[in-house]
Design a protein around this ligand. Structure first.
Ligand SMILES: Nc1ncnc2c1ncn2[C@@H]1O[C@H](COP(=O)(O)OP(=O)(O)OP(=O)(O)O)[C@@H](O)[C@H]1O
Ligand SMILES: [Mg+2]
Length: 226
Protein backbone atom coordinates (compact mmCIF):
# COMPACT_ATOMS: atom_id res chain seq x y z
CA UNK A 1 0.00 0.00 0.00
CA UNK A 2 1.22 3.50 -0.82
CA UNK A 3 1.28 5.44 2.45
CA UNK A 4 2.66 8.75 1.17
CA UNK A 5 2.01 9.91 -2.38
CA UNK A 6 3.39 13.29 -3.43
CA UNK A 7 2.60 14.41 -7.00
CA UNK A 8 3.93 17.43 -8.82
CA UNK A 9 4.23 19.43 -5.63
CA UNK A 10 5.33 23.05 -5.87
CA UNK A 11 6.09 25.41 -3.03
CA UNK A 12 6.67 29.11 -3.47
CA UNK A 13 7.60 31.27 -0.48
CA UNK A 14 6.56 34.93 -0.61
CA UNK A 15 4.58 36.76 -3.27
CA UNK A 16 5.03 39.09 -6.22
CA UNK A 17 8.61 40.15 -6.94
CA UNK A 18 9.78 38.39 -3.73
CA UNK A 19 8.30 35.02 -4.70
CA UNK A 20 10.88 32.26 -4.31
CA UNK A 21 10.12 28.85 -5.77
CA UNK A 22 11.59 26.20 -3.47
CA UNK A 23 9.88 22.99 -4.60
CA UNK A 24 9.61 22.70 -8.37
CA UNK A 25 7.47 19.68 -9.13
CA UNK A 26 8.30 16.91 -6.67
CA UNK A 27 7.06 13.35 -7.24
CA UNK A 28 7.68 11.01 -4.36
CA UNK A 29 5.87 7.90 -3.12
CA UNK A 30 6.59 5.79 -0.06
CA UNK A 31 5.09 2.36 0.64
CA UNK A 32 3.79 1.41 4.04
CA UNK A 33 6.61 -0.25 6.00
CA UNK A 34 9.30 1.43 3.93
CA UNK A 35 12.24 3.41 5.33
CA UNK A 36 13.28 6.08 2.84
CA UNK A 37 16.13 8.53 3.32
CA UNK A 38 16.18 11.91 1.63
CA UNK A 39 19.59 13.47 1.01
CA UNK A 40 20.73 16.61 -0.79
CA UNK A 41 22.56 19.92 -0.48
CA UNK A 42 21.67 22.52 2.16
CA UNK A 43 18.85 24.75 0.94
CA UNK A 44 17.61 22.26 -1.66
CA UNK A 45 14.14 22.01 -0.05
CA UNK A 46 14.29 18.83 2.06
CA UNK A 47 12.81 20.34 5.23
CA UNK A 48 10.18 22.13 3.13
CA UNK A 49 9.09 18.84 1.56
CA UNK A 50 9.04 17.01 4.91
CA UNK A 51 7.03 19.86 6.47
CA UNK A 52 4.45 19.66 3.68
CA UNK A 53 4.11 15.89 4.16
CA UNK A 54 3.87 16.52 7.93
CA UNK A 55 1.02 19.03 7.52
CA UNK A 56 3.17 21.80 8.99
CA UNK A 57 3.42 23.78 5.72
CA UNK A 58 0.92 23.95 2.85
CA UNK A 59 1.93 23.14 -0.71
CA UNK A 60 1.35 25.92 -3.27
CA UNK A 61 0.05 23.34 -5.73
CA UNK A 62 0.12 19.64 -6.47
CA UNK A 63 -1.26 16.66 -4.60
CA UNK A 64 -0.21 15.03 -1.33
CA UNK A 65 -2.04 11.91 -0.18
CA UNK A 66 -1.38 10.52 3.31
CA UNK A 67 -2.90 7.07 3.86
CA UNK A 68 -5.29 7.83 1.01
CA UNK A 69 -6.40 11.21 2.24
CA UNK A 70 -5.66 14.26 0.09
CA UNK A 71 -4.29 17.05 2.27
CA UNK A 72 -3.63 19.82 -0.25
CA UNK A 73 -6.60 22.15 -0.15
CA UNK A 74 -7.93 20.70 3.10
CA UNK A 75 -9.23 23.44 5.43
CA UNK A 76 -6.54 24.65 7.85
CA UNK A 77 -8.65 23.74 10.90
CA UNK A 78 -8.56 20.01 10.02
CA UNK A 79 -4.75 19.80 9.96
CA UNK A 80 -3.93 19.66 13.70
CA UNK A 81 -6.03 16.55 14.32
CA UNK A 82 -4.68 14.88 11.18
CA UNK A 83 -1.16 15.58 12.41
CA UNK A 84 -1.92 14.21 15.84
CA UNK A 85 -3.50 10.98 14.54
CA UNK A 86 -1.07 10.14 11.79
CA UNK A 87 2.28 11.84 12.14
CA UNK A 88 5.29 11.64 14.42
CA UNK A 89 7.61 14.51 13.47
CA UNK A 90 11.21 14.74 14.63
CA UNK A 91 12.16 18.35 13.87
CA UNK A 92 15.57 19.63 12.85
CA UNK A 93 16.51 21.34 16.13
CA UNK A 94 14.18 19.23 18.29
CA UNK A 95 11.45 21.78 19.42
CA UNK A 96 11.22 20.58 23.03
CA UNK A 97 9.32 22.68 25.57
CA UNK A 98 11.95 24.27 27.81
CA UNK A 99 9.97 24.34 31.04
CA UNK A 100 9.01 20.65 30.95
CA UNK A 101 11.12 17.62 31.83
CA UNK A 102 12.05 15.05 29.19
CA UNK A 103 9.23 12.80 30.38
CA UNK A 104 6.67 15.63 30.57
CA UNK A 105 7.48 16.68 27.00
CA UNK A 106 6.38 13.21 25.89
CA UNK A 107 3.47 12.90 28.33
CA UNK A 108 1.98 16.13 27.02
CA UNK A 109 1.81 14.80 23.48
CA UNK A 110 0.32 11.52 24.68
CA UNK A 111 -2.31 13.42 26.67
CA UNK A 112 -3.25 15.23 23.44
CA UNK A 113 -3.52 11.82 21.79
CA UNK A 114 -6.08 10.80 24.41
CA UNK A 115 -3.99 8.79 26.90
CA UNK A 116 -4.79 9.01 30.62
CA UNK A 117 -2.08 10.68 32.77
CA UNK A 118 -0.97 7.32 34.22
CA UNK A 119 -0.78 5.70 30.78
CA UNK A 120 1.05 8.69 29.34
CA UNK A 121 3.61 8.52 32.13
CA UNK A 122 4.19 4.79 31.69
CA UNK A 123 4.52 5.08 27.90
CA UNK A 124 6.85 8.10 28.18
CA UNK A 125 9.14 6.22 30.54
CA UNK A 126 9.17 3.18 28.26
CA UNK A 127 10.09 5.32 25.22
CA UNK A 128 12.87 7.10 27.13
CA UNK A 129 14.26 3.71 28.19
CA UNK A 130 14.26 2.68 24.54
CA UNK A 131 16.42 5.62 23.50
CA UNK A 132 18.77 5.10 26.46
CA UNK A 133 17.56 8.01 28.61
CA UNK A 134 15.68 6.19 31.37
CA UNK A 135 17.91 7.83 33.98
CA UNK A 136 17.42 11.36 32.57
CA UNK A 137 13.65 11.48 32.38
CA UNK A 138 13.13 14.21 35.00
CA UNK A 139 15.65 16.62 33.50
CA UNK A 140 14.66 19.70 31.50
CA UNK A 141 16.05 20.27 28.00
CA UNK A 142 18.63 22.81 29.28
CA UNK A 143 20.02 20.15 31.62
CA UNK A 144 20.57 17.72 28.75
CA UNK A 145 23.26 17.57 26.08
CA UNK A 146 22.37 18.29 22.45
CA UNK A 147 22.40 14.60 21.60
CA UNK A 148 20.25 13.73 24.62
CA UNK A 149 17.70 16.41 23.65
CA UNK A 150 17.63 14.96 20.17
CA UNK A 151 16.88 11.53 21.59
CA UNK A 152 14.02 12.95 23.71
CA UNK A 153 12.60 14.46 20.52
CA UNK A 154 12.82 11.06 18.85
CA UNK A 155 11.07 9.39 21.81
CA UNK A 156 8.34 12.04 21.73
CA UNK A 157 7.68 11.62 18.01
CA UNK A 158 7.34 7.85 18.38
CA UNK A 159 5.15 7.88 21.48
CA UNK A 160 1.53 7.05 20.72
CA UNK A 161 2.50 4.95 17.67
CA UNK A 162 1.74 7.26 14.73
CA UNK A 163 1.68 5.38 11.40
CA UNK A 164 3.86 7.96 9.59
CA UNK A 165 7.21 8.99 11.04
CA UNK A 166 9.06 11.96 9.59
CA UNK A 167 12.53 12.79 10.87
CA UNK A 168 14.64 15.81 9.91
CA UNK A 169 18.33 15.07 10.52
CA UNK A 170 17.64 12.87 13.56
CA UNK A 171 21.27 11.81 13.96
CA UNK A 172 22.97 15.15 13.23
CA UNK A 173 23.94 15.93 16.81
CA UNK A 174 24.53 12.34 17.93
CA UNK A 175 27.77 10.44 18.43
CA UNK A 176 28.25 7.34 16.30
CA UNK A 177 26.77 4.94 18.87
CA UNK A 178 23.64 6.99 19.68
CA UNK A 179 23.18 7.66 15.95
CA UNK A 180 23.25 3.93 15.34
CA UNK A 181 20.70 3.26 18.12
CA UNK A 182 18.30 5.92 16.81
CA UNK A 183 18.54 4.91 13.17
CA UNK A 184 18.19 1.21 14.01
CA UNK A 185 15.08 2.10 16.06
CA UNK A 186 13.61 3.89 13.02
CA UNK A 187 14.36 0.87 10.85
CA UNK A 188 12.75 -1.52 13.37
CA UNK A 189 9.58 0.60 13.39
CA UNK A 190 9.32 0.22 9.62
CA UNK A 191 10.21 -3.46 9.46
CA UNK A 192 8.62 -4.89 12.63
CA UNK A 193 5.62 -2.58 12.91
CA UNK A 194 4.96 -1.59 9.29
CA UNK A 195 5.24 2.11 10.04
CA UNK A 196 6.25 4.36 7.19
CA UNK A 197 9.43 6.32 7.84
CA UNK A 198 11.01 9.22 5.93
CA UNK A 199 14.36 10.49 7.20
CA UNK A 200 16.16 13.59 5.90
CA UNK A 201 19.85 13.03 6.48
CA UNK A 202 23.37 13.91 5.37
CA UNK A 203 24.69 11.04 7.43
CA UNK A 204 26.05 8.47 5.00
CA UNK A 205 26.90 6.18 7.95
CA UNK A 206 23.20 5.28 8.12
CA UNK A 207 22.30 5.04 4.40
CA UNK A 208 22.73 1.24 4.50
CA UNK A 209 19.68 0.97 6.80
CA UNK A 210 17.38 2.55 4.20
CA UNK A 211 15.25 0.69 1.68
CA UNK A 212 15.90 3.61 -0.69
CA UNK A 213 17.97 6.78 -0.67
CA UNK A 214 16.40 9.62 -2.65
CA UNK A 215 18.68 12.45 -3.76
CA UNK A 216 17.19 15.90 -3.83
CA UNK A 217 18.63 18.88 -5.67
CA UNK A 218 17.33 22.40 -6.25
CA UNK A 219 13.71 21.63 -5.41
CA UNK A 220 13.48 18.39 -7.35
CA UNK A 221 14.26 14.72 -6.94
CA UNK A 222 17.42 13.97 -8.83
CA UNK A 223 17.84 10.22 -8.48
CA UNK A 224 16.87 7.24 -6.37
CA UNK A 225 19.03 4.30 -5.37
CA UNK A 226 17.97 1.10 -3.64
N1 LIG B 1 9.52 30.63 5.40
C1 LIG B 1 10.38 30.80 4.37
N2 LIG B 1 10.36 31.94 3.63
C2 LIG B 1 11.19 32.10 2.58
N3 LIG B 1 12.10 31.20 2.18
C3 LIG B 1 12.18 30.05 2.88
C4 LIG B 1 11.33 29.79 4.01
N4 LIG B 1 11.63 28.55 4.49
C5 LIG B 1 12.62 28.09 3.71
N5 LIG B 1 12.96 28.97 2.73
C6 LIG B 1 13.98 28.79 1.70
O1 LIG B 1 13.74 27.58 1.03
C7 LIG B 1 14.95 26.94 0.67
C8 LIG B 1 14.92 25.49 1.12
O2 LIG B 1 14.90 25.44 2.55
P1 LIG B 1 14.86 24.06 3.32
O3 LIG B 1 14.82 24.38 4.77
O4 LIG B 1 13.75 23.24 2.78
O5 LIG B 1 16.27 23.44 2.90
P2 LIG B 1 16.98 22.08 3.36
O6 LIG B 1 17.19 21.27 2.14
O7 LIG B 1 16.22 21.46 4.48
O8 LIG B 1 18.40 22.59 3.87
P3 LIG B 1 19.32 22.11 5.13
O9 LIG B 1 20.03 20.88 4.66
O10 LIG B 1 20.26 23.25 5.31
O11 LIG B 1 18.44 21.90 6.31
C9 LIG B 1 16.06 27.76 1.29
O12 LIG B 1 16.68 28.52 0.29
C10 LIG B 1 15.35 28.65 2.29
O13 LIG B 1 15.96 29.90 2.40
MG1 LIG C 1 16.60 21.20 6.53
Amino acid sequence: MVAIDVRDVHKVFGEGPLATPVLKGVNFAVQQGELVMLAGPSGSGKTTLLSIIGCVLRATRGSVRLLDQEIVGLPERLLPSLRLDRIGFIFQGHNLIASLSASENIEMLLALRGHSPAEARRAAHAMLDRVGLGDRRDMRPDQLSGGQRQRVAVARALAGNPPLILADEPTASLDAESGRVVSQLLRDLAKDQQRTVVVVTHDNRIFHLADRVVHFEDGRIKEQES
